[in-house]
Write a protein that binds this ligand. Structure first.
Ligand code: BT5
Length: 327
């Protein structure tokens, strides 16, 4: 309640600095209580400028996806033919799984402004603050055998990477298998979850997280070295609807190419955008640490690593670390 009243007060006094003292008088509480409420508003996507002795000024409100603008940019036939927008969910993956079980068709997209339990692979967390990113899940029903599912991650990574490059002009690259990096820091991740029976895929939920408009302060301290955003890298706000529309267009095109011609053309595109090929890497796999240099993808999408003794190893999963800067 108090947060709503405080917000209304700032809205009525836009462009003005309001001192903590004045606010504490107005609301009959301590300045610490005001400061806490301002932080609650910040977590909800409001930005404040704070100057000692002058006070606080509301400088930004959380942006909201506009259905109108999304529809104007999404020109695809299958992907995005049903778009479900949410203000806040635990994870768009959970919502999409539920929708599929209720009969949602291929191409259904779930987008949320915020996720309270956004997830990455292997139980890792995906930081998803309100109004700042693209947190979305896509329902796919590909007719491929289960062991080839990792090709789909690579296909999505190629579409995403090309689209980020085109919309932002940044030199984004792909780190095997599912990270998009700019200057060595992560801006986007892909998470595939599937339901299958006897090697037959029922459906796939492709989760895509893009850190679009996060500022440095929107990242928790432990992520600031490893993660970045399109806003930080370009210095300008990204119109999320434009990126979503472009990405879905690319993905639909590659998805069609893949259905018609198989993985080879996607593999070549992937290799051209990869930052993890032909350079020293260390991979943490379930069977231990492997060091060497990645030389190519095989036909299933697995990574072929050449070890120091010249032997080659095929990796199907794992966490790649680039061990030396670009040469
Ligand atoms: C991923 O996992 O990169 C897959 C992320 C998928 C997120 C989307 S958002 C929509 C959908 N709904 C969900 O609940 N999830 C999907 P992984 O490779 O495990 O990487 C996780 C690591 O990325 C974390 O341990 C952090 O180091 C880093 N990270 C977390 N949040 C980030 C962010 N917002 N931007 C950049 N890096 C982040």
């Amino acid at each position: 309640m108090m947060t709503d009243r405080l917000l209304a007060y700032f809205m009525d006094n836009k462009d003005q600095y309001i001192s903590g003292e004045q606010l504490s008088r107005e609301f009959g509480c301590s300045r610490t209580a005001i400061w806490k409420q301002i932080n609650v508003l910040r977590l909800n996507g409001y930005s404040f400028d704070a100057i000692p002795r002058r006070g606080y000024r509301l400088i930004g409100e959380p942006s909201r996806f506009s259905v109108h603008s999304l529809l104007a940019h999404v020109k695809t036939e299958i992907l995005g033919r049903s778009i479900r927008l949410f203000d806040e969910v635990d994870s768009t993956q959970n919502v999409a799984h539920k929708l599929v079980r209720e009969g949602a068709q291929e191409g259904t997209i779930v987008i949320a402004e915020a996720q309270t339990a956004g997830r990455g692979r292997m139980g890792r967390k995906w930081h998803s603050p309100k109004g700042k990113g693209i947190w979305m899940s896509l329902v796919l029903k590909p007719e491929i055998p289960l062991p080839l599912l990792s090709q789909l991650t690579l296909l999505i990574a190629v579409a995403l990477c090309r689209s980020v490059r085109r919309v932002t002009g940044l030199e984004a690259g792909i780190k095997w298998p599912n990270d998009l990096l700019v200057d060595g820091r992560k801006i986007s991740g892909i998470l595939l979850e599937s339901s299958a029976e006897d090697e037959r895929l029922h459906y796939v939920i492709a989760g895509i997280g893009i850190s679009a408009n996060l500022e440095e302060k929107d990242f928790p301290p432990e992520l600031r070295n490893a993660a970045t955003s399109l806003l930080i890298e370009t210095g300008r706000e990204i119109e999320r609807e434009v990126l979503i529309g472009d990405f879905l267009g690319q993905l639909e095109e590659f998805y069609r190419l893949y259905t018609q011609q198989g993985f080879t053309p996607i593999r070549l595109l992937w290799e051209a955008l990869s930052v993890s090929l032909h350079r020293p890497i260390r991979v943490n796999t379930e069977r231990g640490v492997v060091e060497g240099s990645a030389v190519a993808l095989d036909e299933t999408g697995a990574l072929i690593v050449e070890l120091e003794d010249g032997k080659r190893m095929t990796l199907y999963s794992g966490e790649v670390h680039l061990t030396k800067p670009d040469s």
